[in-house]
Design a protein around this ligand. Structure first.
Ligand code: HAM
Length: 422
């Protein structure tokens, strides 16, 4: 067949899928520990949600969305991130009227039409958390601690936590003026790419995200936001840092880290891995005190983050950290001959009713091939059934680790869990 999976997407075969299941189990465990409840929102949403929420000036909205018209002529987008959907659901279900603050988490696929490379995919997966309803710096600390704890629970040790404050709208306005002045300066302007010319008009802070080398050079000399923060912004950032120190989380302040989304205010943060190449950002987040209002809701400050599952998994692999044990099978049934195969469904049924994981060979192959399979499947014991055994009314039970054999009755009614504890 000539049909292949789309570029930038992947299949998870059973071994990898088992790793993902274990990954998700650990994430859910930590989310629960921190008091976050799961929210599941649709994968497709009205395009307008991301245009308004993620922001018109972002690369995501400008060039990375999977957008199509549905049969009713509506513009639909496959979600590039989870935050706008969570806020939409928060408003649609009037959650704010029920409780003053909400801790919500999600796990699922996101879609961005980026150029695929190691660590960057078109369908990728995130887990994320959003804490809505408080502007307290301690909420930022709680979120950063949660992001860190999820990665620690997965076994990661070498991580760098970078934090910054991009201030309130007042600070941003003052910074924008100076930044535009700097970017429009003749020598700088000539060196900037076309995208950055556009960014200078729409949202000059976005120039900090540009990956073009000349632009990076220009940005290196640009005024940074830290010089423009208001007294309240500074106090907030100070309290976040005090909180991080109080729980012993090491961090670095990076005044150039502005993050590629329009909704952030004040705290932004990223957690980076060591030694996995250029796509080393495992987790990104920050405060977004105005997004709920942007989406026509009441004033509701919030803070959140999202982490990339594929990137974390490849970091774990690069560090030799195994997530899941290879699955074990309790019992493998070797059925040798037609009469044995006929009994297979009933035997497996009985074993499963006794609480065992059980499988057998339905192919009528020789003993050697079946034993090989039992080994490959990591079976603890095997039951061997051939014409001989059927005639004697006794099956052979073989312990896989040392090949020691005993007999068990063929009458499955006589079996208990004890029968197989060799
Ligand atoms: P983001 O920085 O766009 O933030 O994405 C968060 C993480 O998702 C990244 O650090 C990275 O690990 C992963 N990621 C992003 N794009 C890709 C891709 N193309 N392939 C593989 N992994 C990728 C957000 O999405 C915000 N919603 C985070 C947030 C939540 N802020 C507040 N609340």
């Amino acid at each position: 067949m000539d049909i292949k999976r789309l570029h930038g997407t992947m299949d998870l075969l059973p071994e990898a899928a088992a790793r993902w299941t274990e990954f998700e189990r650990r994430i859910r465990k930590v989310m629960l520990q921190f008091g976050f409840g799961e929210i599941r929102v649709p994968i497709m949403e009205p395009t307008e949600l991301f245009a308004k929420g993620t922001g018109e000036s972002t690369d995501i909205v400008q060039k990375e969305m999977y957008t199509f018209e549905d049969r009713g002529g509506r513009s639909i987008t496959l979600r590039p991130e989870g935050t706008p959907s969570v806020v939409r659901a928060f408003l649609e279900h009037s959650l704010g009227a029920q409780r003053p603050s909400w801790k919500l988490y999600y796990i699922g696929p996101m879609f961005r039409a980026e150029r695929p490379q190691q660590g960057r995919y078109r369908q990728f997966h995130q887990f994320g958390a959003e804490f809505l309803g408080t502007d307290a710096p301690h909420a930022d600390v709680e979120l950063i601690a949660l992001a860190y704890a999820t990665l620690t629970e997965l076994g990661l040790r070498e991580m760098r936590l970078l934090i910054n404050s991009i201030g309130s709208p007042d600070a941003r306005r003052a910074h924008d003026v100076e930044l535009r002045k700097y970017l429009r300066d003749d020598t700088n302007w000539k060196r900037l790419c076309a995208d950055c010319h556009r960014r200078t008009e729409s949202n000059p802070l976005r120039v900090f995200d540009c990956k073009v080398e000349q632009c990076i050079d220009v940005v290196a000399g640009a005024p940074t936001i830290d010089g423009f923060l208001t007294d309240d912004d500074r106090a907030h950032f100070h309290d976040v840092q005090t909180g991080l120190k109080s729980i012993g989380l090491p961090y670095e302040v990076d005044v150039r880290m502005v993050r590629g989304l329009d909704y952030y205010t004040r705290t932004t943060f990223e957690i980076k891995a060591e030694g996995i190449g250029s796509q080393d950002s495992l987790c990104g987040g920050g405060r977004y005190d105005l997004l709920v209002e942007t989406l026509d809701g009441p004033p509701t400050p919030a803070v959140g983050f999202a982490s990339g599952i594929e990137r974390i998994l490849s970091t774990l692999e690069a560090n030799g950290i195994e997530l899941a044990e290879p699955p074990m099978l309790d019992v493998f049934v070797c059925a040798l001959g037609a009469a044995a195969i006929e009994r297979l469904p009933q035997i497996l049924n009985r074993l499963r009713a006794l609480g065992f994981t059980a499988d057998g060979d339905f192919l009528g192959r020789g003993l050697k091939a079946q034993m090989k399979d039992a080994n490959r499947r990591n079976a603890r014991v095997a039951i061997l059934i051939g014409d001989n055994e059927i005639e004697r009314g006794q099956y052979t039970l073989r312990r896989m680790d040392d090949s020691q054999q005993t007999e068990i009755p063929a009458d499955t009614d006589q079996w208990t869990a004890e029968t197989f504890r060799t």
